[in-house]
Design a protein around this ligand. Structure first.
Ligand SMILES: [Zn+2]
Length: 163
């Protein structure tokens, strides 16, 4: 069966359309770069961080090292909502993220607990909504951090100049 969702974030457009493929477990084996991350790239054609969209994992070795596979709807949220764990751990709920983005939003908890999705289609809609919210939070956190970084750079330059 093929699953169609309107207005889904573009990162999911290259994911397989077949429900049976979307439901494949995404975390197989223990090594992201050698096993499940690479499997995810093959299956979804995703090759860059889903959140910042700036890090391409197959261009530079230093970026390859930062590759993580992230649960869009976190495991804790899936558990609170009693969501089927095969959905939680499926390819549909996985995106590649650079370690920076992965660190910035790995304690995400929705402000209000959403309704339990009763079908896989509803699960995908919830995934889309949570993805967009987390993407916004991560990008905001990066902007704030960049501001601090620029300020510290200037302060450090001034500090060095005084010696
Ligand atoms: Zn990123």
């Amino acid at each position: 069966m093929s699953v169609l969702i309107d207005n889904q974030p573009s990162v999911f457009n290259s994911y397989p359309a077949l429900e049976s493929e979307l439901l494949q477990p995404a975390w197989k084996g223990s090594n992201c770069r050698h096993e499940y991350g690479w499997d995810h790239i093959r299956l979804t054609k995703q090759d860059r961080c889903a959140y910042c969209e700036k890090v391409y994992f197959l261009k530079e070795l230093k970026d390859w090292f930062t590759m993580a596979l992230d649960h869009v709807i976190p495991v804790s949220v899936c558990k609170s909502l009693e969501i089927d764990m095969t959905w939680c751990r499926s390819t549909a709920n996985a995106v590649l993220a650079c370690s920076t983005c992965n660190t910035l939003c790995n304690r995400y908890v929705p402000l209000t607990l959403p309704q339990k999705p009763e079908s896989f289609q509803e699960f995908l809609k919830l995934r889309n909504a949570i993805f967009l919210e987390r993407k916004r939070l991560i990008q905001d956190a990066q902007s704030r951090e960049e501001k601090v970084f620029r300020e510290q750079q200037i302060k450090f330059a001034a500090l060095k100049a005084t010696h």
